[in-house]
Design a protein around this ligand. Structure first.
Ligand code: ADP
Length: 482
């Protein structure tokens, strides 16, 4: 099949969170199976691609204003990457916004990008079988396609919702600026409580909707759709497909960033060495018998930092050390730095986005904290398991689908999870994990090592999920034909 992704992130060119991992690794897996894949991305200032080739320049009329842009092309693992270069919109330091908040003209930036992507397809005479769009930023592709690109009538649209909490909701007066007629401003379409909702438009106009885990597919239609439950229930085709990870890139046996490589047979010594190394890097001088819990994520409310903040002083008292690696909201940066200050010597942090450091930390950590308030899928916990860092998670969305609680299933347990989103439940779960961890130091007791071994032997590759996506692309195409 011929599939075109329109997305706002793609590793290693640009990544803010899991979306960047998914776009790159799913595209790569599809190419490996013989499909033709292209990805259209904004040409952000931060993109440092090699061998970029100028294709053409074009002018686009968006709501009566003319915007010039250039189209460039590059390659990544046999994937054609088209880059849309428009300096006013994308020649900025950040992708979505500064740590103070989103850019105010995001509605215009991403409406422009959505329309320019379709123009790009027309310009290069590319008629894919499926256009796969991701989240609210590219949701308008489905709307513009129905409105203005009749020659793409046979091309199906698949929308994947990676994070339904972000919907792109703006005041109604922006409609003329983004070239969408007022007829579409009704409850059956883009209107949402008297405002314009990009994601809702994408849902209504796409042929198939997917989200990134089976549990989350149910959640968004019942109690966690952030107001879109009803619209989603009315859609006939809503599926949950678990994300995978690129198991070639995320492999502790070959990862060049690690102090010492290891695999499922050598993790006992390997992880210990990485732990000593990473603790030194972060200036923690505590005994190495204390478990090291890592947190690697965007610093945002969703990631459960409020629970961690309330539990951390007690967790340090019961024997935990912590390392935080994250960037994001100023508010949560402050919280993290405050936790460090309150627990000097036991808690360390770096406020930055750093892929290599994250790898060292996944390898050195005994546990990985992901007590997210909600988590559509989550990539962090999968990487952590692959690197033998045992996840402690809130049982929600993709975390519920990927982590088997050890006390619920002794034989197959891969981590520890809790149901009620309260710091008490979280702390209690950390205490449960601590009891098992301490058995590491009892001769002949393999309980902890069995969990590590279970976690490391999970298959989180795209192999299974990619087949499900192919089925969905075929379904979408069939719907389009009939
Ligand atoms: P989300 O998409 O909500 O941000 P995911 O768990 O799905 O969360 O994906 C997060 C991805 O971003 C993981 O690959 C994680 O390792 C990476 N990541 C998050 N914060 C950082 C950071 N500060 N430095 C390096 N990698 C990070």
């Amino acid at each position: 099949m011929n599939i075109c992704f329109v997305a706002t992130e793609c590793e290693p060119l640009v990544k803010v969170g899991g979306l960047g991992d998914v776009v790159q690794s799913l595209a790569k897996e599809l190419v490996n199976l013989g499909h033709q894949v292209s990805v259209i991305l904004p040409f952000y200032k931060s993109i440092k691609a090699k061998n970029v080739q100028f294709i053409t320049q074009h002018t686009l009329n968006l709501g009566g204003v003319y915007y010039d842009f250039h189209i460039y092309k590059t390659h990544l693992d046999n994937i054609d990457i088209f880059l849309i270069d428009q300096k006013t919109f994308f020649g900025r330091e950040y992708v979505y916004g500064t740590p103070k908040g989103p850019y105010e003209d995001n509605y215009l930036r991403f409406a422009f990008f959505s329309l320019a992507s379709l123009e790009t397809l027309s310009h290069i005479c590319h008629t894919p079988d499926v256009i796969h769009i991701h989240d609210w930023h590219t949701a308008l592709v489905a709307v513009y396609k129905d409105l203005y690109f009749k020659h793409l009538e046979e091309t199906a649209t698949v929308l994947t919702i990676h994070n339904i909490a972000f919907q792109g909701i703006f005041p109604s007066y922006i409609l003329p600026q983004i070239g969408i007629p007022w007829e579409l401003f009704n409850p059956e379409d883009l209107e949402f409580y008297n405002q314009v909702n990009f994601l809702k438009g994408g849902i209504v106009h796409s042929d198939v909707i997917t989200t990134v885990s089976k549990t989350h597919a149910k959640e968004i239609q019942t109690n966690m759709g952030f107001g879109l439950e009803g619209v989603l229930r009315e859609k006939r085709y809503v599926f949950g497909i678990l994300n995978g990870i690129d198991t070639e890139s995320w492999n502790p046996a070959t990862d060049k960033s690690l102090y010492q490589n290891y695999d499922i047979n050598t993790f006992k010594a390997g992880k210990e060495k990485n732990k000593i190394y990473v603790k030194e890097l972060f200036g923690l001088e505590t005994p190495h018998t204390r478990p090291l819990a890592a947190f690697i994520a965007r610093l945002a409310k969703q990631k459960g930092l409020d629970l961690i903040e309330k539990a951390i002083d007690d967790a340090v008292k019961i024997g935990y050390d912590f390392i935080f690696l994250g960037s994001g909201d100023y508010y949560y940066q402050g919280k993290v730095l405050d936790m460090v200050k309150r627990n000097m010597g036991y808690v360390a942090a770096r406020i930055e986005y750093n892929d290599i450091l994250s790898r060292k930390l996944y390898a050195g950590a005994d546990m990985f904290l992901m007590p997210s308030e909600y988590e559509p899928c989550g990539i962090g916990q999968m990487i952590a398991m692959r690197y033998g860092a045992i996840p402690i998670v809130h049982k929600t969305g993709g975390l519920a689908d990927t982590v088997v609680d050890y006390h619920e299933d002794n034989e197959h347990g891969t981590g520890f999870s809790f149901e009620d989103y309260t710091y008490k439940d979280f702390l209690y779960t950390m205490a449960r994990a601590m009891i098992v961890y301490q058995k590491k130091y009892i001769p002949e007791d393999n309980e902890w090592y069995n969990i590590v071994s279970n976690a490391m032997s999970q298959d989180f590759s795209w192999r299974r999920s990619v087949q499900e996506y192919i089925k969905i692309y075929k379904t979408a195409k069939l719907i389009k034909m009939h």
